[in-house]
Design a binder for this molecule. Structure first.
Ligand code: IPM
Ligand code: MG
Length: 352
């Protein structure tokens, strides 16, 4: 079971180290870990945010554990050399079109949410975000208009095959969990969204038992914080999913708690190949200080055990240990607590 560990920038190395320690303490036979450079760290060492060797290592592995990328010292580089291109390139090259971002308020931890307790308790949703299309991967550029003004542009598009395959992922998730599905778009303004909606309706014919509704993204943002209990599975495109998943995680209490998995079609000997990462970024302001909360990355490792290695029991054990640590008041600075990265990691391992 080969895992490529790509710590990346900022707090990435600190939080992935704790997730690796959790994996190691499970003493799973046959587990082999490799690590590679990615993001700004890779740019500084190899001149590219996603070096060939790193991509090759990821392809060779059965799963990738990813930290974070983003480095302010790279902000003025040409776009193709910026750290963010590493994660976008991995998603694209590895065909990881399905991004699963579960967001839920842990029972008993409603007080960590900025939402009122009566509202927060209802937050338990799975965001299924399309990850390799949309305005993220369309043509883009800057140009000078006829009137001599600078103009930036990014093309948004979705092919029906792209919508169909992510819709199937969301419908299957809704079906197996017995949850309703909400497809989020902006069909009142965007043609891309109109096609998205039409294709989702077509796919829904194959899942008659899943209750489907459609919501405009602005309304969805409002509902996530006012009536989160109305969501089960949320299906959306790349850009809207990026925004809604940060919103949902902040509503849980902290972006430091939420894991994600990015899956494609490739099957390995153990399960589905995937990339697992916290949904938070590199947080350069607290990097290297031992303050970052590693729970999102530890929970991402749990998702890896479940989806890429078929180890449901071990995944549940890790998740339970995190929940117990939270319930015992092991809180990082992101949650108003004083526990540092290493202390949180140790507390989770003690509770495994
Ligand atoms: C995320 C991040 C990335 C994205 C960035 C780092 C390119 O915000 O995974 O949500 O926008 O997808
Ligand atoms: Mg994001």
């Amino acid at each position: 079971m080969k895992i490529a560990v790509l710590p990346g920038d900022g707090i990435g190395p600190e939080v992935t180290a704790e997730a690796v320690a959790v994996l190691e303490s499970l003493a799973l036979p046959g587990l082999v870990l490799f690590s590679g450079d990615v993001g700004g760290a890779a740019y500084h060492r190899h001149g590219h945010p996603l070096p060939e060797e790193t991509l090759a290592m990821a392809r060779e592995a059965d799963a990738v554990l990813f930290g974070a990328v983003g480095d302010p010292s790279c902000d003025t580089l040409e776009r193709h050399l910026r750290p963010e291109q590493a994660i976008l390139g991995l998603r694209k090259h590895l065909g990881l079109f399905a991004n699963l971002r579960p967001a839920r308020v842990f029972a008993g931890l409603e007080h960590l949410s900025p939402l009122r307790a009566g509202i927060a308790g209802g937050l338990d949703m799975l965001i299924v975000r399309e990850l390799t299309g949309d305005v993220y991967f369309g043509a883009k550029g800057q140009r000078t208009t006829d009137s001599g003004e600078r103009e930036g542009w990014d093309a948004m598009s979705y092919a029906e095959s792209e919508v169909r395959r992510i819709a199937h992922v969301a419908f299957r998730a809704a079906q197996s969990a017995g949850l309703p599905l909400t497809s989020v778009d902006k069909a009142n303004v965007l043609e891309t969204s109109q096609l998205w909606r039409d294709v989702v309706v077509e796919v829904s014919a194959e899942y008659p038992e899943v209750a489907l509704d459609h919501m405009y993204v602005d309304n969805a943002a409002m509902q996530v914080v006012s009536h989160p209990d109305r969501f089960g599975v949320v299906l959306t495109g790349n850009l809207f999913g990026d925004i809604l998943s940060d919103l949902a995680s902040a509503a849980v209490g902290s972006i430091g708690l939420l894991p994600s998995s990015s899956l494609g079609e490739r099957q390995t000997a153990y399960g589905t190949f995937g990339l697992y990462e916290p949904i938070h970024g590199s947080a350069p302001d607290i990097a290297g200080q031992g303050k970052a909360n590693p729970m999102a990355t530890i929970l991402s490792a749990a998702m890896m055990l479940r989806h890429s290695f078929g180890m449901e029991a071990e995944a549940a054990r890790v998740e339970a240990a995190v929940a117990r640590a939270l319930a015992d008041g092991i809180l990082g600075g992101d949650l108003g607590g004083a526990h540092g990265t290493a202390a949180i990691g140790a507390a989770v391992r003690e509770r495994l």
